[in-house]
Ligand binder design. Structure first.
Ligand code: ATP
Ligand code: MG
Length: 383
């Protein structure tokens, strides 16, 4: 009997003839997530098995697997020979010793000499002998012993299913550039796209010296937490200080945020094209703040040709917070900091800015050279 962690995958089966490709990406991602831990990853008829690991690493392996997109569920258990004695020996290990239980058999090997019902009954009887305080309850058992009879004379025996992160393996849905601030929303937006299989890289705008080093460190921390899911190990930063000063000096105050957002999009598109990203991703949610109206979004979309994905567009703040807590970014996001958007924040930002007004105000600036200058401040922070 061999100790294993069984991994079942999520939507990969939907992909027809691309299945081989999806599975390859998935197994590479699993290997990456387990880097530094001794283990063996094996493929086994529609599942993956992690084997040859030390008992004290089991929990860490499970924690990491739980974050890999494409994992539907996972179970800790045993791989045994399919004879009755071996199955019962493994079942005895995963079975509760008191309370109620049942045996639940899945017979993948249709040639196995016993039916699922017979296996449930026989193994159940042996477990009752081993643990006299146990009782069978087939309807609402407290514990369960799962038997998965595979081809080739092998059986998987386990006691529970843990839910995985679901989604698609990262790397199977193109590449996007996340505009990441230090707030609650954008990290969640990056998570959502990675969950759909997108490779996500990160771009942060700062207004140093108006914003400080701590503000940048905070975003690095957020990006590092996100990298557990996305695999991306660096953060790009660009300074928009001069742009903000110019806007502040020359343009109508109520358009500060709108104009800055348009610059951010232009710069982001330049960097996306340079780094092979096919779209921009933001954490905007319709109506959440003055700049996140349909007019605001239209005005920033107007300056780029790449698609802008806004996975949180229909989410309430409460829903976003629940997710931020789940993925582990919330505590960092709520630390106090200055975002470049809060520097020079107008008292009354325009809620429904007219494009003609925006363009007239923007006409007072040398847009092309400001963008060029900002792109020149690009830095990459590896972590
Ligand atoms: P978040 O919580 O993501 O900061 P928010 O609700 O505070 O969002 P805004 O500040 O209006 O909203 O920003 C909207 C979106 O613009 C963000 O979700 C993010 O994608 C992008 N953004 C804002 N500030 C920055 C920044 N300093 N660097 C990069 N992207 C930014
Ligand atoms: Mg913000």
């Amino acid at each position: 009997m061999e100790k294993v962690i069984i991994i079942r995958y999520a939507e990969i089966h939907l992909k027809g003839k691309n299945r081989g490709y999806f599975e390859r990406v998935f197994s590479v991602n699993l290997e990456k997530s387990l880097k530094g831990i001794r283990h063996e990853l094996r493929r086994m008829s529609g599942r993956y098995l992690v084997a040859a690991f030390a008992e004290e690493d089991a929990e860490e392996i499970e924690r990491r697997i739980a974050r890999v997109f494409g994992v539907h569920s996972y179970s800790r258990g045993y791989l045994t020979e399919s004879d009755m004695e071996s199955i019962v020996a493994a079942a005895t290990r995963v079975c509760p010793q008191t309370g109620t239980f049942k045996v639940d058999t899945h017979r993948g090997d249709k040639k196995y000499p016993l039916t699922s019902m017979q296996l449930n009954a026989e193994v159940g009887a042996k477990l009752l002998e081993a643990y006299p305080a146990l009782k069978v309850d087939v309807h609402t058992p407290e514990g369960c012993v799962y038997l998965d009879i595979r081809d080739g004379g092998k059986t998987l025996v386990f006691g529970s299913f843990e839910a995985g992160a679901n989604g698609m393996p990262v790397g199977t849905s193109g590449k996007g550039l996340l505009l990441i601030s230090g707030g609650i929303d954008s990290p969640v937006a990056g998570y959502m796209m990675a969950k759909r299989g997108m490779n996500v890289s990160y771009l942060h705008f700062h207004s140093y010296p108006y914003t400080n080093e701590q503000a940048k460190d905070k975003v690095v921390t957020l990006a590092r937490i996100l990298s557990r899911y996305t695999g991306e190990g660096s953060l790009m930063t660009v300074s928009v200080t001069h742009i903000q000063e110019e806007i502040h000096k020359k343009c109508a105050a109520e358009l500060n945020v709108t104009l800055l957002r348009r610059f951010m999009f232009r710069i982001a598109e330049r960097i996306a094209k340079k780094t092979g990203a096919q779209c921009l991703i933001t954490g905007e949610s319709l109506g959440q703040v003055a700049s996140q109206t349909i007019e605001g979004m239209t005005s920033s979309n107007a300056v780029v040709t790449l698609p802008v994905l806004r996975p949180l567009v229909g989410f309430d703040k409460e829903e976003i917070i629940v997710r931020a807590k789940q993925i582990g970014t919330f505590e960092t996001s709520v630390l106090p900091y200055e975002d470049c958007c809060t520097v020079f924040l107008p008292e009354f930002p325009a809620i429904k800015p007219k494009l003609s007004f925006i363009e007239a105000e923007e006409g007072k600036l040398d847009v092309a050279s400001l963008v060029e200058e900002a792109v020149g401040t690009l830095e990459r922070i590896a972590f």
